[in-house]
Design a binder for this molecule. Structure first.
Ligand code: FES
Length: 416
């Protein structure tokens, strides 16, 4: 296994003239706090160990440095970014710096007052997540009773004149409802609908056996999407993000490591991709003590898998390597134990059979709800962290398979 704690001797010189382009997209993960408990959350399962948040001033500095570097798009995410009461201050600064801003939210806590304040602060766009078109499944998958509230929030977003993306993460539970989800988006007046098949990182990876769909489910859903695109494509642009476990070539993850994406976690850790925190040995620089420019151009973490020089076989000699850049580093680690291996989604990878096995098992699985889902919440995060630190199977067995509290949520802190 490649030891990520050791610097790479032949890493690309990031500051070489003409070598590395500046980041285009800053993702500000303002907090890991979240009123929902989604089973497919991409946040790290050990998020409770990283829950100290940057101050308002620190975030303002990050925004200024990122804009000076060249970043133009800014996503406010989390957790639930509305849990921060300085969100409006950050949006206002982002707007004055010239960012195009997007709020990525569950909608919980997005009151009329906050919508008005965010509009006045200059927020450009809102991405609202739903878990399903039915109250039953929406509330089950988030382990909260929030479906009705989200409906009201969607209407308020439109009333305030924001362009709206409706986002729904797809998996074996809700793929059969794709037509209803599209109808819901149309009824709400969403300009865009993102149907994003689950990517298996973080909590989704932990719940992979329960969430993985079958090939038939995907094919049927894609046919439905095509049908609606033909009839309603003018009113609502529908994106269908294909799950790469069913592909034979990997995705060009993040459009290349250290190429366009710069994430900052709630505690200030700088992330070359959303899931990089899961790569053991990769030392993530922190915006608290390192200028963003140094992080982007000089840090080992951002140079580690930049370009092509880090590749091992079969990627190194593959004629398609410039197209997919070796696929996803986090997936390579999760499935092979080595982030420098080829992404096993690729059928040239010696580990491709592992991906095939996962999809085969999904095809054999019976009713998914017979198996317990581990919901994202603080208690489960602490237990999973402990189980990983000391591989005590007992600790995993003890996991709470339901959120500790499924009471209606008004945007207050996670109730555990
Ligand atoms: Fe980390 Fe793909 S999610 S490189």
């Amino acid at each position: 296994m490649t030891d990520l704690s050791q610097p790479v001797a032949d890493a690309q010189p990031a500051t070489a003239p003409g070598g590395v382009a500046p980041p285009l997209w800053l993702l500000a993960e303002l907090t890991y706090r979240c009123p929902l408990h989604c089973a497919f959350c991409y946040n790290p399962v050990d998020y409770t160990g990283h829950n100290r948040e940057l101050s308002t001033d620190e975030w303002l500095r990050v925004l200024r440095e990122a804009r000076a570097l060249g970043a133009a798009q800014l996503g406010f995410s989390g957790g639930e970014p509305l849990m921060r009461d300085d969100l409006e201050v950050l949006v206002r600064e982002a707007r004055s710096l010239g960012f195009y801003t997007n709020l990525i939210t569950s909608g919980i806590g997005l009151t009329d007052k906050r919508l008005g304040d965010l509009k006045a602060a200059g927020l450009d766009h809102i991405q609202l997540s739903f878990q399903d078109s039915t109250q039953e499944l929406n509330d089950f998958l988030s382990s909260t009773r929030t479906f009705d509230l989200k409906q009201r929030v969607a209407a308020s977003i439109k009333r305030h004149g924001f362009p709206m993306v409706l986002n729904c993460v797809l998996h074996r539970y809700n793929l059969p409802h794709v037509d209803k989800i599209i109808e819901m988006a149309l009824a709400m007046g969403a300009e865009y609908l993102e149907l994003a098949n689950t990517q298996y990182y973080g909590w989704a990876h932990h719940n992979q056996a329960q969430l993985m769909p079958t090939r038939e489910q995907l094919d049927e859903a894609e046919a439905v999407v095509e049908r609606y695109r033909r009839t309603h494509g003018e009113r609502c642009k529908i994106f269908f993000v294909v799950p790469d476990y069913f592909e034979r070539r990997p995705k060009r993850c993040m459009n290349g490591w250290g190429a366009v994406f710069l994430g900052v976690a709630p505690d200030g850790a700088a992330l070359p991709c959303h899931a990089a925190r899961a790569l053991p040995g990769l030392v993530l620089p922190n915006v608290k003590d390192t200028p963003l420019s140094d992080i982007w151009y000089e840090s080992d973490a951002f140079n580690r898998f930049r370009g092509l020089q880090w590749m091992k076989e079969p990627c190194r000699s593959c004629e398609e390597k410039e197209r997919d850049l070796g696929g996803c580093r986090c997936q390579a680690y999760l499935l092979t134990g080595d982030a420098a291996n080829a992404d096993p989604v690729c059928d040239k990878s010696p580990s491709h059979e592992k991906v095939v096995d996962v999809t085969r098992l999904a095809a054999l699985a019976r009713e998914p709800r017979e198996q317990p889902i581990v919901f994202r919440n603080d208690a489960n995060s602490r237990k999973l962290t402990a189980a990983r630190a000391a591989p005590a199977a007992q600790a995993v067995d003890n996991l709470a398979h339901h959120a500790p509290d499924s009471a209606p949520n008004n945007g207050g802190p996670t109730g555990d």
